[in-house]
Write a protein that binds this ligand. Sequence first.
Ligand SMILES: [Fe+2]
Length: 200
Amino acid sequence: MAIHLLGRSNFGKPENSGNLMTIEDANALLNEWVPNERLRLHMKQVAAVMKAWAIEKENADEKTALKWELAGLLHDADWEKYPDDHCRIIIEELERRNIDPEVIHCIASHGPSYFGVEPNNKMDKMIYAFDELSGFVHAAALVRPTRYEGMDVKSILKKLKTPSFAAQVNRNDITDAISRIDISLEELIDFVIQHQKDVS
Ligand SMILES: [Fe+2]
């Protein structure tokens, strides 16, 4: 992915805290902005994993879980139509819609080496950790005749050590993201497999 530094670290307005949008509205935005079905699926998978992590591991209430889900669902929304301005366009759209600043910051920090925004809270750190891993696990599923059925963590670990497999997935980002959280790569891979396998 190319580097598109955002050049700022504050996003949205504090008074918009708690302003979310419905999943239906977020999906409508995706359908309009992202014709590529595979890219839409990627965002839906990251959203499912984020939501599940919030509920299962962070004891999130419904509204907080929706924040995690929305960040996942919209994080690459501008990638297809605005590849040269990826991240800036969706951030500005969410600011225009007066969306909760934490959701916007989470999206802005999902690739610190590309956008120049550091992940602050757990939601930020988890989207960073899950984004590449989710795409990688899906790439691995696509080359298996049985897809996710019977997929194990070990096979994913092995593929991660094979640079030619899904070469576009930046292993350094995965390592960097994991260094910021106290969760093992194995646990994250297992969580991704379990929670994105049924997303369509
Ligand atoms: Fe992504």
